[in-house]
Design a protein. Structure first.
Length: 597
């Protein structure tokens, strides 16, 4: 039985039969349409007050029939020649209720995307009123050019020599080099959902646009919907799915990016409904991390996160594939390719986790050596693109890549820095945080983020020029809570103050104790920041002098393990040691305090 595509629910059987009978029409070679076929389409459109559409191949056979609403009809994908310098070999002819045959922007976008021989619109009002059509006339650097003709009468349109027109178009396309970059740049349509108590949807979509551009896509538009909770099947409403389908055709988008995490089922349903690739925010961030990772460990961590993200998104027969040991439903030719893929992914996950664990042990050894040397460590944390790498470069000449992009650097960098009092500390740059950070990434990067957990002091870098700096700060503390590092001593550093014109805003920011405004780019207040770091680290230890008895000289070796020993003097009454003690060690050595202490 021939299939009628589109909005067929609720149609009477007689109307469905009329639509199916359109498959029986044939059009003579080289002719655009027959008068009988056009009039039959007009009759059905008059009965339904909806658009109808037919696809006709170059043999003159009707290969697709579709029905839509009063304004639009969703065009199903069809096979055809898809080379960049060849047309599809299919013409699309559809009706416009109301009599206006002018091609809409959606019509022209479909013409470009599907590379139809022609796209024609039949204006219907008490029969066929007029016909207009469009065709591809060439291409520019990034898209096909189109021309429109009409309105024409039905007889004028039916007498056109379609073979001559398509030959001329393809000759012109073949006379130039194939457009190699038409399909290279991904054109993204962004989709967000506004929910109470979360980020403003426009701000969140603006950040998503930055992420998409960082990943190499061109953002062509965005839509959003206000919902109290996501739809189980599509995340957004079904009506919004249709709206996105039309918008992506009109804008020429070839990828749809959602601002939230989609379930595997939601992603699959959306791709089937929209006919193009659909990705969510976690997948986009994972893609950026994959591009940015440079070190061996960083690449392993990103691969691990991607594998854990993709594993549940391998479609198939569900639980049947997990019961290959025997029994009903499991006998047959052996493992399916899908189960082989799943088994390989699980095996690779285990291998990577083991390798990361080995790297973690090496990192722990380095950390123990630093702790044995009692060199204080300070970690730079903050929202992505807050200026952490720029600040590290300014303070230490580290030479770390610093760009005005999200997640410009991923791999942690540690450098020595001398404080004003002459004491040396270690300053570590860490991966930037972001709202809705994929939990797979937090798990994969947990080993690297342990540098934050083990640090003596945190410098929370905030982009003071960002309109959502307060919510960015909340997102950072959310990740710190997940890491168990939210109780660490923190200096809040408001960066990029050179971009803030109103001085009163800066003054209001730094009212809270333990905060400072700086500009890593110009160097403003960096000397004061170093003094604050020195004072904070001093308050974390107690500088004192101890008098240790000779009969308990083992205390000195333990001091070297747990404190910073500055000097040792052997005198008649005992061993004088000048040390810096952590607070938890102070009570233990209180009875050995020298007299002047």
């Amino acid at each position: 039985m021939p299939e009628v595509y589109g909005e067929t629910s609720g149609l009477k059987k007689t109307v469905v039969d009329s639509l199916e009978q359109l498959y029986e029409f044939t059009v003579p070679f080289g002719q655009t349409i027959t008068i009988d076929l056009a009039q039959s389409m007009a009759i059905i459109t008059g009965q339904l007050n909806r658009e109808t559409a037919v696809y006709i191949n170059r043999r003159g056979n009707v290969v697709r029939v579709a029905v839509g609403d009063t304004k639009t009809v969703s065009l199903p994908e069809t096979d055809g020649r898809r080379a960049l310098n060849r047309l599809s070999g299919i013409r699309c002819i559809h009706t416009h209720p109301g009599g206006d045959s002018r091609l809409s922007s959606v019509d022209l976008a479909s013409l470009r995307e599907m590379r139809f021989d022609i796209m024609a619109a039949v204006g219907v009002r008490d029969g066929v009123q007029e016909i207009s059509f469009g065709f591809i006339s060439g291409y520019t650097a990034d898209n096909y050019d189109v021309r429109t003709v009409g309105p024409l009468s039905l007889s004028e349109f039916a007498q056109l020599d379609l073979s001559y027109l398509t030959n001329q178009i393809e000759r012109q396309l073949e006379s130039k080099d194939t457009v190699s970059n038409l399909d290279q740049v991904e054109k993204a349509l962004l989709v967000g959902v506004e929910r109470q108590g979360e980020w403003d949807v426009s701000d969140s979509l603006s950040e998503l646009a930055q992420l998409a551009e960082t990943a190499g896509a061109e953002v062509v538009g965005s839509v959003w919907q206000k919902r109290s909770r996501p739809d189980a099947a599509y995340f957004i409403g079904r009506g919004k799915v249709q709206e996105i389908s039309l918008a992506r055709q009109e804008l020429g988008a070839n990828i749809v990016i959602f601002d939230d995490e989609l379930s595997p089922a939601q992603q699959r349903n959306l791709e089937q409904a929209l006919g193009i690739k659909v990705v969510d925010r976690p997948a986009l961030i994972l893609d950026i991390f994959a591009q940015r990772a440079r070190s061996h460990e960083g690449k392993l961590q990103v691969e691990l996160a991607q594998l854990k993200y993709n594993l549940p998104r391998l479609g198939g027969q569900g639980l049947v594939l997990s019961r290959l040991g025997g029994g009903i439903g499991t006998r047959g030719p052996g493992e399916t390719k899908l189960e082989v893929d799943r088994r390989r992914i699980r095996s690779r996950i285990n291998d990577i986790e083991q390798e990361i664990e080995n790297l973690k042990k090496h990192r722990n050894l380095h950390r123990e050596r630093r702790q044995a040397a009692r060199i204080p460590t300070t970690a730079l944390i903050g929202y992505t693109n807050a200026g952490k790498s720029t600040l590290l470069n300014k303070l230490t000449d580290a030479g770390v890549l610093a760009e005005d992009k999200l997640f410009a650097t991923l791999d942690p960098t540690t450098r020595r820095i001398k404080l004003p009092g002459g004491k040396e500390i270690l300053l570590t740059d860490t991966v930037g945080f972001i709202q809705k950070l994929p939990h797979q990434l937090i798990a994969a990067f947990r080993g690297t983020l342990e540098e934050v957990v083990q640090a003596d002091l945190l410098l929370h870098i905030i982009d003071a020029s960002h309109p959502q700096y307060e919510k960015q700060s909340q997102a950072v503390y959310q990740v710190l809570r997940e890491l168990g590092a939210d109780t660490k001593p923190v200096i809040t550093v408001y960066n990029k103050t050179d971009k803030v014109d109103n001085q009163h805003i800066i003054e209001r920011m730094v009212r809270e104790p333990g905060s400072i405004s700086v500009s890593a780019l110009t160097g403003v207040n960096l000397d004061k920041l170093l003094t604050m770091i020195e004072d904070s680290l001093k308050s974390a230890v107690a500088d004192t002098k101890l008098l240790l008895p000779y009969d308990n000289s083992g205390l000195l070796s333990r001091l070297y393990e747990s404190a910073t020993v500055h000097s040792v003097e052997y005198q008649s009454e005992g061993i004088y040691a000048s040390v810096s003690l952590p607070p938890e060690q102070f009570e233990r050595y209180r009875k050995y305090l020298a007299g002047d202490e």
